[in-house]
Design a protein around this ligand. Structure first.
Ligand code: CP
Length: 320
């Protein structure tokens, strides 16, 4: 088995949100992920870097990409990996989240990865347990590993983040992906514009996140952008419908092949998934050569390997 390069120390105990990271932290994660990506291209995609470490993946909300890519990342780093879903846990019998996590801690894991519908749930458990906590998405608050893999994908494709013009389109108010991306992209010097139905734009977003709010059409918003990130309507987080229909939404906010004819040749189309084809993204756009959606998923493994490695072995050589 091979090794991964030695890295600078990561100065955080947990990865709870982009809001707690600075530009150096983000660059360290992205640079470390470059080495991890190389491991994924080897015939034997495994290094002993985290041998003997125990990692618990606790997903109290559904997930395909985040859960599976953390599991692949853990296996590639030789960690012992356990997965727990809320639906098959004793949460269904009335046990509290904190009691569940304390019981998990009795088995001495080194890292707990948590996805939860309540904003701040990972921060809460991080205060009570002696393991590194990674936020895999908390309510409408943050999804830091998604923003990091998005940044990795943009940097890999376009060579930089600084100075790029990036459009986030859709349900900005209820999207933790939008929130983490606005924070990360602004910290890295990108220019961020948000666009969507007025009922899905948070009040004061321009001042709170130092972004622009586009008030015209999608065509106008796209004209000078290097990247367009399309977002799903977070129906599971809406108390009551904020739109007349999906059809009406797609007429004003859905990206179609007609739009792509007018964007710049290098413009990337991104989506964190899951995609609602025919709503925010026409199927032909999702499958077009502008779309980097599956590259985002592939890069998610390398970025999550980097985060696990930095949290578990800060500043150490990872040769096993
Ligand atoms: N992007 C993302 O978080 O996808 P999953 O919900 O499938 O993990």
């Amino acid at each position: 088995m091979g090794s991964v390069p030695m890295t600078k120390p990561f100065k955080h105990r947990h990865l709870l949100g982009i809001e707690l990271l600075d530009r150096d932290d983000i660059e360290l994660i992205l640079d470390t992920a470059v080495g991890m990506s190389e491991i994924g291209r080897r015939r034997i995609k495994k290094v002993p870097a985290l041998r003997g470490m125990t990692i618990v993946n606790f997903f109290a909300e559904p997930s395909t990409r985040t859960k599976l890519s953390f599991e692949v990342a853990e296996k590639r780093l030789s960690a012992d990996s356990l997965s727990l879903a809320a639906s098959s846990s004793s949460l269904t019998k009335g046990e509290s989240l904190l009691d569940t996590v304390k019981n998990i801690m009795a088995m001495s894991p080194d890292v707990v990865i948590l996805r939860h519908r309540i904003s701040g749930a990972p921060h809460h458990i991080a205060e009570h347990i002696d393991a590194a906590v990674i936020n895999a998405g908390d309510g409408t608050h943050e999804h830091p590993t998604q923003a990091l893999l998005d940044a990795y994908t943009i940097r890999e494709r376009l060579g930089r983040l600084e100075g790029l013009r990036i459009l986030l389109c859709g349900d900005i108010a209820h999207s933790r992906v939008a929130r983490s991306n606005m924070l990360l992209l602004r910290k890295m010097g990108a220019e961020v514009t948000v666009f969507g139905p007025y009922t899905m734009i948070p009040m004061g977003v321009e001042e709170a996140f130092d972004v622009k709010l586009h008030r015209g059409s999608l065509e106008e918003a796209l004209s000078d952008k290097d990247v367009v990130m399309m977002l799903r309507i977070q129906k599971e987080r809406l108390g009551e419908p904020l739109l007349p229909s999906d059809r009406e939404y797609s007429m004003h906010f859905g990206l179609t092949m007609k739009h792509l004819a007018h964007v710049r040749p290098q413009t990337l189309v991104m989506h964190p998934g899951p995609v609602n084809r025919g709503v925010e993204l026409a199927p032909e756009v999702a499958d077009s050569d502008r779309s980097v959606i599956l590259e985002q998923v592939e890069n998610g493994v390398a970025v999550r390997m980097a985060i696990l490695y930095l949290l578990c072995r800060p500043g150490e050589a990872a040769d096993g």
